[in-house]
Design a protein around this ligand. Structure first.
Ligand SMILES: NC(=O)c1ccc[n+]([C@@H]2O[C@H](COP(=O)([O-])OP(=O)(O)OC[C@H]3O[C@@H](n4cnc5c(N)ncnc54)[C@H](O)[C@@H]3O)[C@@H](O)[C@H]2O)c1
Length: 355
């Protein structure tokens, strides 16, 4: 792949997350945002005006035919992620794809094959990996400071944080899943990346729909219009995952539940030589094993590998030939397989083998 000096972006989807993405792209000195595409006239025009974009397209075919665009960022309802990614790759564009990767691992694998065939970059933008805190803990794990990691707990639980009710977010047919696909995926990905373990062998899980279906628990995220679709996705899920080396991970996620705090999210890691949390980055260890003088390190000093702490900057720097991509398609596919496994385990009431 020939390095690009400037990366010119076209965005597919002018929803709420596109505003954050635009700011991030525009902060990079070697990136430009030139075009937006969204079938919704008002939303695409608002984003175009905000950043004085050269082009606002109604149809994706127009954006993909636009020679001023090197790469697209796809931020649309989940069902359209893979069809649009494949269309963009076939049109010769590099792709940043929002999470969740796909509706299922089969279609995710199809997109990976198309990207490989085309020699283009397909990057699932798992933004939680890029914070300074995430990178610090990842570095400690990689250096062996925590010893053997045998267990981790990942969770993101909101008390009343369902995206705008009546929109695509609550529709299984369009979103694929609820809290699990929306925020569970973030913490699962962050956990596997920090503990450096993408070899799951089995998963057992359960999902629940207890609030959104009663019109309760809305947090309000999302710009799409309410269409009064039925709410039939999970607003709570829990899973237990086993790995080839004997390690295990628990994942808990909710958009709505009765709990003391409005939001709680973290990854907690248990190793033979130390423990850690990611939000914030903290290290727990004894000076001479256990029990011993116990040390809690709040100010972890490391040289961050990605001081920019930004997924778009990693992607742009990669296209400029300066940085390795932080998120590989293989890792994103493994995360998707676990999500599929949780759904299947919920359906069947059984543990699902992943390898
Ligand atoms: N990384 C994160 O932290 C994060 C946060 C929020 C959302 N997301 C993801 O971003 C995506 C979009 O979420 P959002 O919150 O912006 O949703 P949103 O409902 O605010 O906006 C979705 C937009 O997509 C447009 N759209 C629908 N179909 C389209 C198509 N075929 N082509 C072009 N545009 C189309 C809609 O008109 C709408 O403007 C979702 O996949 C979501 O999971 C990621």
């Amino acid at each position: 792949m020939k390095p690009l000096s400037t990366v010119r972006f076209g965005f597919i989807g002018a929803g709420q997350i596109a505003y954050y993405a635009a700011e991030a792209v525009l902060r990079h000195p070697h990136a430009r945002l030139v075009a937006i595409q969204d079938p919704h006239l008002e939303r695409r025009t608002t984003l175009q005006k905000k950043h004085a974009l050269e082009f606002a397209h109604e149809a994706v075919e127009e954006l993909l035919a636009n020679k001023s665009v090197d790469a697209v960022y796809i931020a649309v309802p989940n069902k359209f992620h893979i069809p649009l990614a494949i269309q963009a790759l076939k049109a010769g564009k590099h792709v940043v794809l929002e999470k969740p990767f796909a509706m299922n691992a089969k279609e995710a694998a199809e997109a990976i094959a198309v990207a490989e065939e085309a020699g283009l970059v397909l990057f699932v933008g798992m933004n939680q990996r890029f914070t300074g805190d995430s990178q610090k803990i990842k570095q400690l794990v990689d250096e062996g400071v925590l010893g053997e990691i045998y267990h981790a707990k990942a969770w993101w639980r909101r008390r009343a944080g369902i995206p705008k009710l009546g929109t695509w977010f609550g529709s299984k047919e369009i979103a694929g899943g609820g809290s699990l696909y929306d925020i569970g995926v973030h913490m699962l990905d962050l956990c596997l990346w920090t503990i450096n373990n993408f070899e799951p062998v089995s998963v057992v899980g359960a999902t629940y729909t207890k609030f959104g279906n009663r019109g309760l628990g809305e947090g309000g995220w999302g710009l799409s219009d309410r269409v009064e679709t039925a709410f039939d996705v999970d607003d709570f899920a829990s899973a237990f995952i086993r790995f080839a080396n004997g390690a295990s991970v628990t994942l808990d996620t909710s958009w709505a539940c009765h709990q003391a705090v409005s939001n709680s999210d973290n990854v907690e890691i248990f190793g033979t030589e130390g423990g850690a949390t990611v939000r914030p980055a903290r290290l727990f260890r004894g000076s001479a094993g256990l029990p011993a003088t116990y040390e809690i390190v709040d100010e972890i000093k490391v040289n961050l590998k990605m001081p920019h702490q930004e997924r778009f900057h990693n992607f742009i720097n990669h296209l400029r030939g300066e940085e390795e991509l932080c998120v590989t398609t293989h890792q994103a596919l493994v995360v998707q397989k676990i999500l599929d496994g949780i759904a299947e385990s919920n359906r069947t009431g059984r543990e699902v083998r992943l390898a």
